[in-house]
Design a binder for this molecule. Sequence first.
Ligand code: ADP
Length: 385
Amino acid sequence: MPVTAMNRFNSITYRITGLMFLSISVTVFLLIYLADAQMVELFQQYLVVQHMEMTQGGQASGSPTMTLVMGSLEKNFLESVHASLRWVGVGIMALGLAASYALARSITIPIRKLGQVAEQVAQGELGKTAPVETNDEVGHLADIFNRMSQSLAANATLRRQLLANIAHELRTPLAVIQGNLEGMVDGVIAPDKAQLRSLHDEAVRLNRLIKDLRDLSLAEVRQLVLEKRPTDMNQLVARTVLMLKPLADAKQIRIECALADCLPDVVVDPDRMNQVLYNILVNAIRYSPAQGAIRVYTARVMEQTDPWLKVSIADEGEGIAPEDLPYVFDHFYRGDKSRDRKSGGSGLGLAIVKQLVEIHGGRVTVESRVNEGSVFHIWLPLKAV
Ligand code: ADP
C-alpha cells in the first residue's frame, strides 16, 4: 500500500510517539503527584518542629494544629512550589513529546525512503537502490534490499541476453535450411544427396541445441529428473573415452587414463555424468593440436574432512586466457568470438557441465595456461548429499 494511502494514525511515527508520550506522561504525573504529596507532609512536619522549638525552648507539649503553624507566607510558599512542579512536569512532557517524535522519525524516515524505492522496483525500475544512512537494523535492511534489487537487475539483463543469444543461435541453422529449401523449390539448388545431407546436419544441430537448452533450463531450476545409482566412475570414464576414440584418432590424439585403484562407487545419474565427461573431453580434443595428448585421472581426495571423488581431464591445447577463464561456464560463451557453430560447439557445453555437476552436489573447476593447456576437475561428493 502506498504511504499516502495509509491512514496517518496507522503510521509507526504516530504510534511510537503516542506510546512514548503516554508512558512519559504517566511517569511524570506519578512523580509529581508523589513529590507534591511528600513535600506537603514534610513541610508541615518541619513547621511543627520549628514552632515547638520557638515557643517552648525545645520542650514538646502536645502537637499544634496546622492552622496554628501555617501562615499565609507558608501557604504562598507551598503554592509556588506546586506551580513550579506543574511547570516542570509540563516542560518534561513537552520535551518527551519532541524526543519521542524525533526518535520515531529517525526510524520511519529511512523506512519510508526504502518503501518509495521498493515501490519503484515493483513498478519495474530494477536496480534502484535506497540510501544506507545508518548502521543499524534499518540500514542493514536497506543494504539487503539494494543487493536484491541489483541482483534482480543483473538477472533481467542476463535473461534478455540469453533470449537474444537463443534467437541468434536458432536463426542461423533455420536460415540455412530455409535458404536451401527455397533454392531447391526454385530449381537453383539441385536436391542431391550431398545437399540433403547438409540440410539434415543442420536439422540435427538445431535439434541438439534445443535439447541442450531444455536440459540446461531444467537443470537450472533443479527440475531435471536424475536416475541416481551407485556408479563405478572409473568404468564410466573408460566408456566415455572409448566412445570418443574415433574423434581423437582423427586428430591422432592420445587419451591416457590414470584411474585410481579401489575407488568407491559414487551415487550419480550415469547418463548425465557421461554427458559431463563427454562435453569436457570433446572440448579437450577440439582445442588440442593434432598428435597431442589428453590425460584423464581419477582420485579420492579429502577436503575439509569430506571425501570427494575427483575426475581430472588435462589437455595440452591452446589454453584459456585468464580474462576468459571466469566466463567459460556461462551460457553461449565462446572464447574465440570469430569461431562459428560448425567449427566449434554451441557455447552451451560447459554451462551444461556446471549445472549437471552442481545438481549432483558437486562442482567443476578449471586451471589453464595459454599455449600450455587446460585441466578441468569434476568434484563429486562421496558423502551422501
Ligand atoms: P563450445 O561449445 O563453444 O566449446 P563450451 O561451453 O564447451 O562451448 O566452451 C566454452 C568456451 O570455453 C569455448 O568456446 C572455449 O573458448 C573455451 N574452452 C572450453 N574448453 C576448452 C579447452 N579444453 N581448451 C581451451 N579452451 C576451452
